[in-house]
Design a protein around this ligand. Structure first.
Ligand SMILES: [Zn+2]
Length: 530
């Protein structure tokens, strides 16, 4: 079957090649456009993981690192969570413009229940504007898109509002979608689910891929996973349904997501040409393992080695199904990660602690209530954004300026707080050098009633979090890899700064489609073959 497909494509390639040759054709015109874009988002991937363990890679990461590599890449916005990060990957725009400002205000949508599974209803109704798949389909209405992930937001947001094939993993061990996208699952998704692959993990366990001597990290840090199950091997439950539900925390979840994506390529005939299709794959286990065990753990090291092997096997199979010279690949992350303050780390987190702002914020809010301000008129979200409704304050004779000044003065007394910014003053800062101001500016849509934002010192955490996490505007959470490989790509390691919002315009240029709206990013010329 595979060889039959391959020869058909070889023939197509020859035919379309002939059609393109003309004496006046420029070099770029005579170069065949890719038939498939494959975009990977590895959730919580620190760029230094790729250099720390590069010598142990022999799979997909090893291959992609031979492409155009920007390790000085950034999610250049303040709230470095999964939803805003995924919304920027293929839109070329910051959260200020996509409208996706946090996980909480991400994809949850009571109106869009899941098909064939229980779980959080989800849709992209908060997403604003367009993404790469929309531009591709406006250039060629037959272009197909498939987006898959373990997480709903990881599958949904790279495609914006496009009603394409978008699937994610439900805790019952199946891939599903929501009623936003349709009323039933395609037959191939049902068939894949009916294989019940996740249930087979019962009684199995996650052990090290390589000999233990190949891992310099200690395997017994009690700050990992809340002090439970922090040494190898990590067993699955003996109950198949429980094993399927717990799979999300294991490397094998990424392997399953990639198998599902490959099945989609076969069944949806993605990349057969002559137009260009898009496959977006969000791999979520690095985030689960990073949260549970931290960026210094033996577990994250093993997860990244396995990710290398899984992506390698995926590409090997993809390249037998489709002409590898017609595929362009990109890889990035939705955010990075900061080590837990009390953990012993290879990163400079010494002296960092935790901050509890509630004892300061609650009394201030109590005073607003006593002054008769409607409780809908103020809130403090994500422990960093102060919302104030000017009309609600004015009705009680209060001024926003004065309330913000009091708030800032009190908050600044708390150890670990770096700064409090009045949102209306962010644009007056020198945003080339002041990255905190710049990332907050890129974060907040103008119609959001954010009055002030709080930023902690680098490596400090909010209290109540006892696992490694992310979410700050600092580089420890914002620095991510940006990699391109394959058709139209100029290989090379680039030390200059690149932004995640540059990915979509770069891919658009390579496949010859035009963005249909103004973007924040620009094509990365260093990555494109002249
Ligand atoms: Zn996370």
């Amino acid at each position: 079957m595979a060889s039959l497909l391959f020869s058909r494509f070889a023939l197509l390639t020859v035919l379309s090649g002939v059609a393109c040759v003309s004496p006046r054709a420029s070099r770029s015109q005579s170069t065949q456009r890719p038939t498939l874009v494959v975009h990977f988002t590895v959730d919580q991937l620190r760029p230094d993981y790729l250099t720390l363990w590069e010598k142990q890679f022999n799979g997909g990461l090893a291959r992609l690192l031979r492409g155009a590599v920007f390790l000085n890449g950034y999610q250049d916005h303040a709230n470095t969570e999964t939803a805003p990060g995924h919304a920027s990957t293929l839109s070329g725009r910051f959260p200020r413009s996509t409208g996706i400002v946090s996980n909480v205000a991400g994809v949850s949508d009571p109106k869009s229940t899941l098909i064939g599974a229980h779980g959080a209803p989800a849709s992209p109704f908060r997403f604003r504007g367009t993404t790469l798949i929309d531009w591709m389909r406006s250039a060629n209405p037959t272009a197909k898109g498939l987006s898959v992930s373990r997480k709903d937001r990881g599958a949904i947001l790279p495609f914006g509002r496009a009603k394409q094939s978008v699937f994610w993993y439900a805790a019952n061990g199946t891939f599903t979608t929501s009623h936003y996208y349709g009323d039933s699952l395609p037959a191939w998704v049902d068939a894949f689910n009916n294989r019940r692959l996740p249930y087979a993990f019962a009684n199995k366990s996650w052990d090290l891929l390589l000999d233990p001597s190949q891992y310099p990290e200690p395997d017994s840090a009690p700050t990992e996973k809340g002090g439970r199950d922090y040494t190898f091997p990590h067993p699955f439950s003996s109950d198949p349904a429980q094993a399927a539900a717990d799979l999300a925390g294991y490397p094998f979840m990424d392997q399953l997501t990639l198998s599902f994506a490959l099945e989609g390529v076969r069944q949806m005939k993605l990349g057969e040409g002559p137009g260009t299709d898009l496959l977006a794959i969000s791999l979520s286990t690095t985030d689960a393992v990073g949260h549970a065990y931290g960026p210094d753990s033996r577990e994250i090291h093993d997860q990244i080695l396995r990710l290398d092997r899984y992506i390698g096997a995926f590409l090997d199979t993809l390249f037998t199904l489709r002409d590898s010279t017609r595929i362009v690949i990109s890889l990035t992350s939705d955010h990075s990660v900061t080590p837990l303050p009390e953990s012993k780390s290879r990163y400079p987190n010494q002296g960092a602690g935790k901050v509890n702002l509630r004892p300061v914020v609650y009394p201030l809010f109590a005073r607003l209530r006593e002054a008769g301000v409607d409780t809908a008129g103020f809130s403090f979200e994500d422990e960093s954004i102060l919302y104030l409704d000017e009309a609600a304050l004015t009705r009680r004779g209060l001024r926003v300026d004065a309330v913000v000044r009091t708030f800032a003065a009190e908050i600044m007394k708390v150890p670990g707080v770096l700064r409090v910014d009045r949102v209306s003053t962010l644009a007056t800062k020198d945003t080339t050098t002041d990255y905190v101001a710049r990332r907050w500016l890129h974060m907040l849509p103008p119609d959001l009633k954010a009055a002030a934002v709080v930023t902690l010192k680098p490596f400090w955490y909010y209290s109540g979090v006892n696992f490694a996490t992310h979410g700050s505007p600092h580089d420890s959470d914002a620095n991510v890899p940006i990699i391109f490989y394959g058709a139209g790509i100029q290989p090379g390691r680039n030390t200059r700064k690149a932004l995640v919002v540059d990915i979509a315009p770069t891919l658009a240029e390579i496949i010859g489609v035009r963005p249909t709206e103004r973007l924040d990013g620009r094509p990365l010329r260093d990555a494109i073959k002249p």
